[in-house]
Design a protein around this ligand. Structure first.
Ligand SMILES: [Zn+2]
Length: 463
């Protein structure tokens, strides 16, 4: 789906396991994803500039305001349109019998079952990627024309190719594994799939930092911004996060983007902080301290394990419901979609078609649909965690910067302006699509959050 200035991440992950789609969507909610601001304008064209700026701590100069409003409309349409198209496309694959045709084709290419499976799932992933390509292309075009992306089409295509290669290398075997599980346990496969999905989820969080260098260059932060490293170490000391200077990296984002970002990724020995080179030296160090403190909050407040636990609970029900739904679909449409009807070695004949390759596409369809429908649910949890990290971040820089409120508000404004975040998204859009509260919401909260007034203290720090 279009990145449109969001941190260009997670594509391989999303595709990597079509079956894990819902799962990754839920998980990414919990993953420390930096103060990527999601902005907030007056979406309607009612010009009340004086009032708006008086009320919102997030403001944009007039030219950027108009751009941000126009861009956020395109982003929202691409985002929702891309998701709907993904679901519709899978349905079409089944309804036109293309899925059945693809399965028959893969069977002609090899006699070995596992190889047929790999070919089928690789082909399926390629087809799904191609189906999504128009959205990706248009998204990149818009991002370039609004001056957020500066990546040329050649480099962009290379990134897409790498991402597809990774998708195939990871996704095809994972899908094959799930397909095998359905054959092995025709009744309770959803439970076995659920049990397998959880370690995969933890593993993907762990390896993420090891995958990232395929797409971007990283250098030691200390080599370029030793002052910043010293300031980040102050935050490390105050928050107790275990990130030594040699785990602080500078990412060469400027080759691709004008956006601002800093984030923490990985767990255990792969944990690290990354600051984009578009950010270090471009916005004041104290604002980067704030972003880093926010990120540290995700770790200190255990958002990653909490997110994984929530995902686990949700997936249990999602997989169960998808299994029921897919069984119903195959009963209702199986013959019309040319799903195998006779391959029945179990007592539960009606579920047999699902264990075929084309039948497995029905499960992929069901899970993808569930992922779309549940997006607002996972985003609601995500926004809750993000808000908590905002509070933590602001408290963490207390005593390190002269005025935490000012620093946080300035940080949100810098991020919002760099990404042209919508200054006032509609509540529906924020509810459905935003995994962070809008920048307006965040900046307004920061502007008024002052627990230290009258000798008090915050929620997470004694002073
Ligand atoms: Zn965050």
């Amino acid at each position: 789906m279009a990145n449109l200035g969001k941190k260009p991440r997670g594509r391989w992950q999303r595709m990597a396991a079509a079956l894990l789609l819902a799962l990754t969507a839920l998980a990414s909610a919990s993953m420390a994803h930096a103060a990527q601001p999601v902005a907030a304008p007056q979406a309607t064209a009612q010009p009340q500039p004086a009032q708006t700026s008086a009320q919102s701590a997030y403001t944009l100069p007039p030219d950027k305001l108009a751009k941000a409003i126009a861009l956020s409309r395109i982003r929202n349409i691409l985002d929702i349109g891309g998701s709907v198209w993904g679901v519709v496309f899978l349905w079409l694959l089944l309804a036109t019998r293309a899925a059945a045709g693809l399965a028959a084709w893969s069977e002609r290419l090899s006699r070995r079952g596992w190889l047929q499976g790999l070919i089928f799932f690789a082909a399926l992933l390629v087809v799904l990627t191609l189906a999504n390509l128009p959205f990706d292309v248009y998204g990149h075009h818009v991002s370039r024309s609004y001056g957020i992306s500066v990546q040329g089409w050649g480099g962009w295509l290379v990134d897409q190719a790498k991402s597809l290669a990774l998708t195939l290398a990871v996704g095809a075997p994972v899908l094959l594994l799930f397909n095998w599980i359905v054959r092995r346990w025709p009744r309770r496969y959803w439970l076995a799939g659920w049990a397998i999905a959880l370690p995969l989820l933890v593993l993907s969080t762990f390896v993420e930092p090891l995958i990232e260098p395929l797409f971007n260059h990283y250098e030691p932060l200390a080599a370029h911004h030793s002052d910043l490293v010293a300031k980040l170490e102050q935050v490390v000391a105050r928050t107790g996060t275990d990130i030594p200077p040699d785990r602080m990296y500078l990412m060469k984002a400027s080759e691709k983007s004008n956006g601002l970002n800093a984030y923490v990724s990985g767990i255990g020995p792969t944990k690290r902080i990354v600051v984009w080179d578009t950010t270090a030296g471009r916005i004041p160090d104290d604002e980067i301290q704030f972003v880093f403190a926010h990120e540290s909050g995700h770790y200190v407040l255990h958002h990653i394990p909490k997110g994984i636990a929530l995902t686990a609970v949700a997936l249990f029900f999602v997989f169960w419901a998808c299994a029921r739904f897919a069984a119903w679909l195959t009963r209702r449409f199986g013959p019309r979609w040319r799903l195998p009807q006779t391959e029945v070695k179990t007592e539960v004949q009606t579920e047999a078609p699902l264990s075929s390759r084309a039948g497995f596409a029905v499960l992929v369809f069901a899970v993808t649909l569930a992922g779309f429908v549940l997006q607002p649910v996972s985003n609601t949890f995500s926004r809750h965690f993000e808000h908590e990290a905002d509070v933590y971040g602001q408290e963490a820089i207390h005593g390190l910067v002269p005025d935490p409120q000012k620093t946080a508000v300035a940080g949100f404004n810098a991020l919002g302006e760099a990404w042209l975040e919508d200054p006032d998204p509609s509540p529906f859009i924020e509810f459905w699509l935003y995994n962070h509260p809008s920048v307006k919401t965040r900046a307004n909260f920061a502007a008024h959050y002052n627990p230290w007034a009258n000798g008090g203290h915050g929620k997470f720090f004694a002073e």
